[in-house]
Design a protein around this ligand. Structure first.
Ligand SMILES: NC(=O)c1ccc[n+]([C@@H]2O[C@H](COP(=O)([O-])OP(=O)(O)OC[C@H]3O[C@@H](n4cnc5c(N)ncnc54)[C@H](O)[C@@H]3O)[C@@H](O)[C@H]2O)c1
Length: 302
C-alpha cells in the first residue's frame, strides 16, 4: 500500500514515518514545507516532497498516486490561534477541505487528524456521550477557539460526505501526544511559543516556574507518541470499522471487533437505502500499552 502523509515533517508525522518505515512494508510519501524532524529517519520505501499544501498540482499528484492519505497539516499551537486566527482558519479548514475534495475526486481514503479540542467545554463530572453531548466552545472574542471551530467544521463536512457516500474517511481526535521531537525548549518564564509539554520540560530543566492554567485544577490527558503510532496502525489496518468512537484504557494483544468488551452496535438514524454500515459503536481499542490512560477518539465513514 502507498501512504501519503501530508504534514509528514511535523511531530506526529515524523513519528508516523519512522513507525511505518520500521514496521511495515508500505511505501510512504511525505509532503511538508520542512523535513527537519525527519532527519536521520531512513530505510524503507520513503519519498519526501517539499511543498506547500496550497500547491494544488503537487498535492493532487501525491494524492493521486496514494492509496491512503493521512492529513496532519495544521497550525497546532495555541499561541498561533490567538495571534493569527485567520491563518489558522485558512490552513486548518480551507486547505484541509481542499485535501478532502482531492481525496473525493480520486477516490482515496482519508485519515484526517482533528483534535480532542472539539470536545470544547465538556461539563466536568458528567459522562460524555459523543452522540448526545453538545460541543460547546468559548465566545467569539476568545480567539483560541477558532482552532476547535475549524476542526469541528471540517469534521462536519467530512461526516456529511460520508453520509452522502462519496468519501471514505477516518477522523482522529488526539489528546496531547508527547514524545521526542515535540516542539522545542524555551527559556524560563517564556510565554507562548511551543505547546504545554515543552514548557513543562523547559521549566524542569531551567528551574523556572511551571505555569498552570486555572491553578492546575484542569485535567489533561497525555499519550505517548509510540502508543499513538500503535493506535494509528489499528486505524490504518481497519481493525475497527464503522463510525467508531473509541476512548479508553488499553490492554495488550489484539481484540477483534466482535470481542470488544463494549462493542454494542446500533444502527444510526441516518442509514440510507443500501448503505452498508452507518453504524455507531463503542470499542475499547487495544494498542498494546498498559501505560495509556486514554487515547485518540476516532470516527470513520465505513
Ligand atoms: N500533537 C498533538 O498532541 C495534537 C493534538 C491534537 C491534534 N493534533 C493534530 O494533529 C495534526 C498534527 O499535529 P502535530 O503535533 O504533528 O503538529 P506539527 O505542527 O508538529 O506538524 C504539522 C506539520 O504541518 C506542516 N505544515 C504547516 N503548514 C503547511 C503547509 N502550508 N504546507 C505543508 N505543510 C505544512 C508543518 O510544517 C508541520 O510539519 C494537526 O492537525 C493537529 O491539529 C495534534
Amino acid at each position: 500500500m502507498k501512504i501519503a502523509i501530508l504534514g509528514a515533517g511535523g511531530f506526529i508525522g515524523s513519528h508516523l514515518v519512522e513507525h511505518l518505515l520500521a514496521r511495515t512494508e508500505h511505501g510512504v510519501v511525505g509532503l511538508d514545507v520542512t523535513d527537519d524532524k525527519l532527519r536521520g529517519i531512513t530505510g524503507g520505501n520513503f519519498t519526501f516532497v517539499r511543498a506547500d499544501v496550497r500547491s494544488r498540482s503537487q498535492v493532487e499528484e501525491v494524492i493521486r498516486r496514494a492509496d491512503v492519505v493521512v492529513d496532519l497539516v495544521a497550525y497546532a499551537n495555541p499561541s498561533i490561534y490567538v495571534t493569527s486566527p485567520l491563518e489558522v482558519f485558512d490552513l486548518n479548514f480551507m486547505q484541509n477541505l481542499e485535501v478532502a475534495r482531492l481525496c473525493i475526486r480520486h477516490g482515496k481514503r482519508l485519515i484526517q487528524y482533528s483534535t480532542a479540542e472539539v470536545y470544547g467545554k465538556a461539563v466536568a463530572g458528567d459522562a460524555f456521550s459523543e452522540e448526545t453531548t453538545d460541543l460547546v466552545v468559548g465566545p467569539i472574542h476568545r480567539q483560541r477557539w477558532i482552532y476547535a471551530s475549524a476542526k469541528i467544521l471540517l469534521e462536519r463536512v467530512l461526516y456529511a460526505h460520508g453520509v452522502a457516500g462519496d468519501l471514505d474517511y477516518t477522523i482522529v481526535r488526539p489528546f496531547n501526544f508527547v514524545g521526542p521531537r515535540i516542539d522545542y525548549l524555551v527559556p524560563a518564564h517564556a510565554i507562548g511559543g511551543p505547546r504545554v509539554f515543552p514548557h513543562f520540560m523547559s521549566a524542569l530543566l531551567t528551574g523556572g516556574p511551571i505555569r498552570l492554567v486555572d491553578g492546575g485544577r484542569v485535567h489533561r490527558t497525555f499519550t505517548d507518541i509510540h502508543d499513538a503510532n500503535s493506535a494509528f496502525q489499528i486505524l490504518l489496518d481497519r481493525r475497527i470499522t464503522a463510525r467508531d468512537r473509541n476512548q479508553s484504557a488499553f490492554k495488550a494483544d489484539t481484540v477483534g471487533e466482535d470481542e470488544c468488551p463494549d462493542g454494542e452496535q446500533r444502527v444510526g438514524d441516518n442509514v440510507k437505502g443500501d448503505e452498508e454500515t452507518v453504524v455507531t459503536s463503542y470499542h475499547l481499542v487495544p494498542i498494546g500499552a498498559l501505560s495509556v490512560s486514554s487515547i485518540t477518539a476516532c470516527i470513520c465513514s465505513t
